[in-house]
Design a protein around this ligand. Sequence first.
Ligand code: NAG
Ligand code: NAG
Ligand code: NAG
Ligand code: ZN
Length: 531
Amino acid sequence: MTDSGPKFKIFKFLKIIIISLLVTALLLFTVASIRTLSLDVNVGLKLARWEKTSNVSLVIDDHQREQLLAHFKEAIRIPTVSFSGEESNTSALLEFDRFLRKAFPTVFSSSLVRHELVANYSHLFWVQGLQSDLVPYMLLAHIDVVPASESDGWEAPPFSAKEIDGFIYGRGTIDDKGSLMGILQALEYLLIKGFAPRRGFYIGLGHDEEVSGYKGAMNIVRVLKQRGVQLSFVLDEGLAVLDGVISGLEGPAALIGISEKGSATVKLSVFMVPGHSSMPPRETSIGILAAAVKRLEDNPMPRLFGHGPERGTFEHLAHKVRGTSYLSIIAITFDSILHLFCCYAVIYSLVLERKPDTNAFVRTTTAVTMFNSGVKVNIIPSLAEAYVNLRIHSAQSLREVLDLIRSTVGDQRVKLELVDGFDPLPVSSMDETSFGYQIIKKTVLDMFPTVTVAPGICIGNTDSRHFKDLTNDIYRFAPIWFKPGDAQRFHGINERISKKNYEELVVFYFSLIKNCDIQKLPKPHSSIHEL
Ligand SMILES: *[C@@H]1O[C@H](CO)[C@@H](O)[C@H](O)[C@H]1NC(C)=O
Ligand SMILES: *[C@@H]1O[C@H](CO)[C@@H](O)[C@H](O)[C@H]1NC(C)=O
Ligand SMILES: *[C@@H]1O[C@H](CO)[C@@H](O)[C@H](O)[C@H]1NC(C)=O
Ligand SMILES: [Zn+2]
């Protein structure tokens, strides 16, 4: 199944059409009778009676608005860049520390808050709860950003925080200073209003997330483990509110990340006797390595769509899909006859794998990122090396992926070495008894009633992966609005957030912290009947 010639493409396309027609025919018989399932995905606990926990509320006036935006812009202007695992702008990190103390004086002086530095530049806050029997939770965000250069084509200098048409431009506006500042600004407001939480919580701000969090997040975890801390849930950056991004989907969707793909970096090397280019051997280290790399590209990892939590995403979005696109045909099918899911997953995989961004949901992806050999035009080099970066699908393990690479390469002369890697993250809970998921969902729906909330998977990785021994439930989400084209701004040029959206982040964390004060979740069914 590796031929990608034009003949095969036509065949594949016909196959998709034929199978889709069969699916449609099948639907005509089944849809009418069973299209009643899961229409209440957004209702559930929303209609239930939630315990009222506090009378504190947030109305941002013009003066506060001006001030919170000024703080946010100041945060963007400090170039807290991580250049590599070893090199970060430490003077910017120190400046950021001073800035936080100045911007949020109540957070840093409240008797309810204990603040400490971890690994010199990361911050850990403990906000004490009145009821020590309530299991604490944790909010995460990171201080560092990836490099940015104005010459790449930014409309405004990347550390200027310049305002254009209601948007603040700058590196870090969405990744991840929006959340970081939103969390601390919300806490500042809560404390000023005299709020004292019933449920204690932690806030962790790592300083090296963009280079894996080995110093910041890992040391925060070490400190918490030493203290025997267990967390109800962790909320970190990751997914967002997608508006018009998923084709065929009616209305915006808030995707809450319930897992992350795993990752592996594998080094391939071939060592041969060096020689002069005037007497070349039949095969060189470069040729052998190139062939191995080509085999990896020609034989993608198996399709696993439907075997991981991505299934839940499509089930939850199914009833909002319109039109007659493949997505709608397949999605309506998910909605109605879930037990036949596997058949359709195969067809849908064929559609998804045609685009790089959706292919990432279908399988473990394989990307050759470095290829080095040779130093002189007339010398046959002895050594050729390549690096392959893989992002592991939730239904596969690091071990399985390495075994597959070995068999695909199938050449003893190519040495394989795992440079760095980890399994996909466990899947967090999302049912009606899942405290963190339901709190996040309620907070989103209170603010944005027309949004569909669904679980999702993060294709990239976050600091929260280091926290998996402290909790079973890690969520990756912030209510940042992504419209078509916005995803490219992430780690790209013209990263920006609207002023309104930043304010929404503050309100979101303010409400979330309040909502976490309930003792336990309401019971959905009995409450719905009362209405
Ligand atoms: C909210 O205010 C009402 C009326 O002043 C009071 O009875 C109630 O106890 C307050 N609730 C909380 C959670 O503080
Ligand atoms: C590091 O940050 C400081 C501000 O704290 C800034 O003046 C300096 O230009 C930055 N250095 C680099 C290499 O970006
Ligand atoms: C913190 O700073 C001290 C002194 O500069 C240094 O020795 C130490 O290695 C740093 N710790 C970390 C975790 O970076
Ligand atoms: Zn980030």
